[in-house]
Structures are given as structure tokens and as C-alpha cells.
Ligand binder design. Structure first.
Ligand code: PEP
Length: 249
């Protein structure tokens, strides 16, 4: 049985005071939610507040990105060891907004994933096709390429420590959700890639999250697909009640 991961990506929203206020509301709402792992990824500036507010709970805190060098003259960047030392357990890697606006490639996704693992963080590595790619029937080919040129180059031991988030780019922040069947098909295709590269056991074990306009009113139907091992939620994770209803689907 794969334990679901219900993860929130706050993107560039909230300040430390708003973070503390969120957790005051959110903590009691998920105090009994032992069916899943809960992860919240605030902006770097709120990690300290989030870690303090999540202390004594099972809520993990993650960063939204990391740089692959451990330290050095890389103005504006933050490394895996720094994120780990600030109390995070997780980190997002290769989010489509990083790919789209900040030149993230499959190669740099791989470098960041390795750096995260070396720092003792659990990476949630994002993949997904754009609208034009889906419309031209290339979804599986795009996912295969993202896999083969990225996380498919990890060693088996490294791969065993990551989770994947399938996030169709056209569904992120648009209100358009993939149908449960579309999501399950993409997850099956990804799991097939994992099986081919790392074997059946790894394919059965890896957790693949779905992300793209997940809301309290569609989470249940998505999570009814056995292929979905959790969700990565942007907009709807900013409100404590809304994210708690998603966690407690
Ligand atoms: C995301 O940021 O990963 C995401 C899926 O956003 P939203 O839920 O707002 O579509």
C-alpha cells in the first residue's frame, strides 16, 4: 500500500505572520489525518515560521526549489543543506513554473534532485505536458522524455527516495482539471517508464501525485483512481479549510 502524500505548494504567496495564522487554523483540522503524509511548501522566507508552527505535528515542510551547489558565490540561490538545516523534510523540483519562467530543464531537474537527496531531503519531482503537446497526442512521449532525460538517470537507490508529481501544465492554476481517467492514464504511463528502468518493485512502490486545479470538490473523484498516490495543490492549499478538506478527502 502506498501512503498518499497530500502536498501544498504556496508559490509566491503569504508572509511569516500569515503562515503562522494558517497553521493555527490548519493544525486542528488535520490532527487525526493519519491516512496520508501532509507536506506544505511555503516560500523560503516563511520556512522558519512554518517549521515552528508545524512542530509536534506530522506536517512536513518543504521548499519549492533548491540549487545544486552546497554553497558558494551564487547570489539569490539556496542550497539543499541550507533547506535541510532550516527544518525542511521535502523539496519540490522541476515545477512547471520553474521550467517555464526560470529555464529549468530535465538536466537541471536531475542535478537538483541529486542535490536534494544528498542533503537528506525528499524530493517531489514534477513532470507534465503542455496543452499543445496533449492536443497533438504527445503526452506519453513528453513524459517519457522528461523521465529518461531526468529522474530516469538516478541510481535505483536514489530513485527509491523520490516521489513524482504529474502536473499537466494546462491544468495548473487554470481551473481546468484533468479528468480522473486522463490523470490515471498519465500515471500508468509514468509507472510503465519506472518499471522499464527500475523494475516492478520500484514501479509498485513509487508514489505519483497528481497536480492541476485540485479543489475540495474534485479531490475525491481524483483520489478514487488507484493510480493516484496523492495530490500537489497550489491555489487551494492557501486556505486552511480548503486544504484540510483536500487532505481529509
Ligand atoms: C501547483 O502549483 O503545483 C498547482 C497544481 O497549482 P493549482 O492547484 O493552483 O493548479
Amino acid at each position: 500500500m502506498r501512503k498518499p502524500i497530500m502536498a501544498g505548494n504556496w508559490k509566491m504567496y503569504k508572509n511569516p505572520a500569515e503562515t503562522t495564522a494558517f497553521f493555527e487554523k490548519f493544525r486542528p483540522l488535520v490532527a487525526q489525518s493519519e491516512h496520508c503524509e501532509i507536506v506544505i511548501c511555503p516560500p523560503y522566507t516563511n520556512i522558519a515560521a512554518a517549521v515552528a508552527a508545524a512542530q509536534g505535528t506530522r506536517i512536513g515542510i518543504g521548499a519549492q526549489d533548491l540549487y545544486w551547489a552546497k554553497e558558494g558565490a551564487f547570489t539569490g540561490e539556496v542550497s539543499g543543506p541550507m533547506i535541510k538545516a532550516s527544518g525542511c523534510s521535502h523539496v519540490l523540483v522541476g515545477h512547471s513554473e520553474r521550467r517555464q519562467y526560470f529555464d529549468e530543464t530535465n538536466e537541471t531537474v536531475l542535478q537538483r534532485t541529486i542535490a536534494a537527496l544528498e542533503a537528506g531531503l525528499s524530493p517531489i519531482v514534477c513532470v507534465g505536458e503542455r496543452l499543445a503537446e496533449r492536443e497533438s497526442g504527445e503526452t506519453e512521449a513528453v513524459l517519457a522524455l522528461q523521465f529518461r532525460a531526468g529522474i530516469g538517470l538516478l541510481s535505483a537507490d536514489q530513485f527509491a527516495r523520490i516521489a513524482i508529481a504529474y502536473e499537466p501544465v494546462w491544468a495548473i492554476g487554470t481551473g481546468k482539471t484533468a479528468t480522473p481517467e486522463m490523470a490515471a492514464d498519465a500515471h500508468r504511463a509514468l509507472r510503465g517508464q519506472v518499471r522499464g528502468r527500475y523494475g516492478a518493485e520500484a514501479a509498485d512502490a513509487v508514489r505519483i501525485l497528481y497536480g492541476g486545479s485540485v479543489k475540495p470538490d474534485n479531490v475525491r473523484i481524483l483520489m478514487a483512481q488507484p493510480e493516484l498516490d496523492g495530490v500537489l495543490v497550489g491555489g487551494a492549499s492557501l486556505d486552511a479549510n480548503s486544504f484540510a478538506s483536500i487532505v481529509n478527502f
